[in-house]
Design a protein around this ligand. Structure first.
Ligand code: SF4
Ligand code: SF4
Length: 302
C-alpha cells in the first residue's frame, strides 16, 4: 500500500535537542496551499492510501492542515497528524483541536513524547491530548522517543500511570542528535528490515525514507527526485523498483552489512539507521552494493 510522510512545513514552535528534521533543511520552508492540494489529488490518482502530516509541527497551521485532511477525505485517503501536542494545555483547548481535526476527517493523531520534547512541552499536554482523543473518538498513539537509558524510566511510567497507548521508538542519531552519546545496546542479531515510507519535503523533493534518509548527503541515496520534474507515480515506482531499497525492505540491513564485510560483532553495536548510514552514505561501499544489487545480494535470501 502506498503511504507517504507529507512535509507541509518544516516550521516548529519548539527546538528539541534531538530533532532529526532540523538543521539540514531551511527552518521555515512551507508548501503553497494550492500546490499541496494539487499534489494530494495527484497522490490519489497514484493510489496513495495513507498520508501522514509531519516535518516540523503541522498543527501550527491548523486550518491549512484541516483543509488538506478534508481533501484527503474526498479521495478516501487515510490521514495521520504527527504533533508535539503544544495545543493541549487544557482539556478544553485539546478538545478544540481534536474536534476540528475530526470534523475534517482525520483518522489518527500521533503524539511525540520524549525527555527532549518535554523540556518544551509539559507532559500533562500529552495526557490532555490522549484523553481528548478518547473522549472524541479519534484514534491516537504516543510515540515515545527514547535512547533506552534509565533517565527515560519515569517518562514511561507516566504514560503507564495514565493508561496511554504508546510505542517506544529509538531516537535517530541524525540532525541535532548526530553528536549524542550512544549508550551500548544489548540485543539480538536482528534482520533490521525497514519498510521505508517515502517523505515529501516542502520544496517538493521526495525521499525514499521518511526518517534519517534526507541526511545521507554524501550520496543522496534516498533522494528520488522532485515533484516539479516527475510525477508522484513515477517517484513511487522508482522507490518500489530499486533493487537496493527492496533489499533493505526484505533482506534487512544486517545481512547487507554482513555482505559488505562488517563483522557480526560490529553489526550488533549499531542501531538500524546508524548501520544504514554506514552502508549507504559511504560512496565506496554504496558503489559496491549497487554493483551487487542484482547478483550477490540476491543469493543471501534464505
Ligand atoms: S522533534 Fe518535532 S517537535 Fe521537536 S523540534 Fe523537531 S519537529 Fe519540532
Ligand atoms: S534504516 Fe535506513 S531506510 Fe530505514 S528509516 Fe533508517 S535511514 Fe531510513
Amino acid at each position: 500500500m502506498r503511504k507517504i510522510a507529507f512535509g507541509y512545513s518544516t516550521r516548529c514552535n519548539i527546538k528539541c535537542e534531538h530533532c532529526v528534521a532540523a538543521d539540514a533543511i531551511p527552518v521555515n520552508s512551507k508548501m503553497e496551499m494550492a500546490q499541496a492540494k494539487k499534489i494530494i489529488a495527484e497522490m490519489a490518482s497514484a493510489q496513495v492510501k495513507g498520508v501522514s502530516f509531519t516535518a516540523g509541527e503541522p498543527l501550527i497551521y491548523l486550518d491549512d492542515i484541516c483543509e488538506l485532511i478534508s481533501v484527503c477525505r474526498e479521495y478516501e485517503i487515510y490521514t495521520r497528524v504527527v504533533s508535539n501536542s503544544f495545543w493541549a494545555k487544557t482539556p478544553e483547548s485539546a478538545d478544540r483541536y481534536v474536534v476540528q481535526l475530526k470534523e475534517n476527517g482525520l483518522s489518527q493523531i500521533r503524539m511525540s513524547y520524549s525527555r527532549w520534547h518535554q523540556k518544551n512541552i509539559v507532559r500533562r499536554n500529552i495526557v490532555n491530548a490522549a484523553e481528548s482523543c478518547k473522549r472524541n473518538g479519534v484514534d491516537y498513539f504516543v510515540s515515545f522517543v527514547t535512547d533506552f537509558s534509565e533517565q527515560d524510566d519515569n517518562l514511561e511510567d507516566y504514560l503507564r500511570k495514565h493508561n496511554i497507548r504508546f510505542f517506544p521508538e529509538p531516537v535517530i542519531f541524525a540532525g541535532r542528535a548526530e553528536s549524542f552519546e550512544r549508550i551500548p545496546i544489548r540485543t539480538d542479531y536482528q534482520a533490521n528490515c525497514c519498510p521505508m515510507n517515502p517523505y515529501l519535503a516542502p520544496d517538493l523533493d521526495m525521499f525514499a525514507c521518511c526518517d534519517a534518509g534526507s541526511h545521507f548527503t554524501n550520496t543522496n541515496f534516498f533522494h528520488l527526485g522532485n515533484v516539479k520534474d516527475s510525477s508522484i507515480d513515477k517517484l513511487f515506482s522508482k522507490s518500489e523498483t530499486n533493487s537496493l531499497y527492496n533489499h533493505i525492505r526484505n533482506l534487512g540491513i544486517s545481512a547487507i552489512a554482513s555482505f559488505a564485510g562488517f563483522k557480526a560483532r560490529e553489526i550488533i553495536q549499531y542501531r538500524k539507521c546508524e548501520l544504514c548510514e554506514k552502508l549507504f552514505n559511504a560512496p565506496e561501499i554504496l558503489g559496491t552494493l549497487q554493483k551487487e544489487a542484482e547478483s550477490g545480494l540476491n543469493l543471501l535470501y534464505r
